[in-house]
Design a protein around this ligand. Structure first.
Ligand code: PHE
Length: 339
């Protein structure tokens, strides 16, 4: 019996050395020290011993049991420690590493300036109207006094969906859409995308933005147009801004004009920005043509109005000294983050 005890002790000792996991250790404990374990079985076999040998043998078995239990505790502690070491290694976290912050987006420069322009006109009592970019030929040209063979169509070649459905070349069709739906007094701006079949270069894009303005009421005169646009220019460019009206032609306004602003870079002397002119063109405008009013069911004898249209890209380019229009549409963060 003593040899058997020694054999168990030796076996547990060697197995303990080989044990690498807690599960293995537990198996070992159950197998040797558990209720149905080998050591317990040995104790049960003590009945076969001579009565005088039993106390000595019992003490010996308990001694070995105590020793093996202690060895297993020790092994358990060692395994726990090794596990902790491993996790500390594996899950290393350097709290001094700078955090990764989610980048904030912001408004595109075109939207920023458009918001500013909207605010200026809202402050003057205008409302904002929007309409379709895919437009009928009738609204884009016909109702604006540009019949099918009108030469002005040549400068506004666009993308046709069918012969009579196209991508609008200007926001002016919104004049007609508003006047068809709403009777005077009318005071709206209509910002939006417009399209032309132009080659892409530093100053041309097949897609750009315009802001249309329309005021119709009794007794609206050219002086109202001039006053409104001068106020607008001063709000946008500052009180020192000087504007001039230059005669022009549009089929849907009569008389028509273009509005220039004195070059804010050279003060009118002529420089690179204004191409030596001293003045920079910022929009087209005029008194709404009687034919257009009539076509919308508004009596030109009773009502009159003015309209204007400005190109957003050009205004933003001059504001920030941007020399290539393509930058607006390339979505390069190095460009966009500057605004
Ligand atoms: N739609 C014209 C253009 O694109 C601008 C304009 C608008 C002129 C309103 C007069 C009145 O050139």
């Amino acid at each position: 019996m003593k040899e058997k005890l020694e054999a168990i002790r030796a076996e547990v000792r060697t197995r303990l050395v080989e044990t690498a996991t807690k599960a293995e250790l537990e198996n070992l404990r159950v197998r040797f020290l558990g209720k149905k374990g080998e050591l317990t079985a040995l104790l049960r076999g003590m009945g076969a011993l001579a009565p005088e040998d039993r106390p000595k043998m019992g003490a010996l078995v308990n001694e070995v049991r105590g020793e093996l239990e202690a060895a297993m505790e020790e092994k358990l502690a060692a395994l726990d420690k090794a596990e902790l070491e491993r996790r500390l290694q594996e899950e290393q976290l350097d709290v001094t590493v700078p955090g990764v912050s989610a980048p904030y987006g912001k408004k595109h420069p075109l939207s920023q300036v458009l918001d500013e322009i909207k605010d200026i006109f809202l402050g003057m009592g205008f409302q904002i109207a929007t309409g379709p970019e895919v437009e009928l030929d009738r609204y884009n040209f016909e109702a604006l006094n540009m019949p099918k063979n009108h030469p002005a169509r040549d400068t506004q070649d666009t993308f046709y969906i069918t012969e009579n459905i196209l991508l609008r070349t200007q926001t002016s069709p919104m004049q007609v859409r508003v006047m068809e739906k709403q009777k005077p007094p009318i005071k709206v701006i209509a910002p939006g995308r417009v399209y032309r079949s132009d080659e892409v270069d530093a100053t041309h894009s097949p897609l750009f933005h315009q802001i249309e303005g329309l005021v119709v009421d009794k007794g609206i005169r050219m002086s109202d147009l001039k006053g409104t646009l001068e106020l607008f220019a001063k709000r946008l460019y500052g009180e020192e801004a000087v504007v001039r009206f230059r005669p022009h032609h549009f089929s849907f306004t009569e008389p028509s004009a273009e509005l220039d602003i004195r070059c804010f870079s050279c003060g009118g002397k002529g420089c690179r920005l204004c191409k030596g002119e001293g003045w920079i063109e910022i929009l087209g405008a005029g008194m709404v043509h009687p034919k257009v009013l009539e076509g919308c069911g508004i009596d030109p004898e009773e009502y009159s109005g003015f309209a204007f249209g400005l190109g957003l890209e050009r205004i933003v380019m001059r504001r920030y000294n941007i020399d290539d229009l393509r930058l607006f549409f390339e979505n390069d963060l190095r460009f966009l983050q500057q605004f």
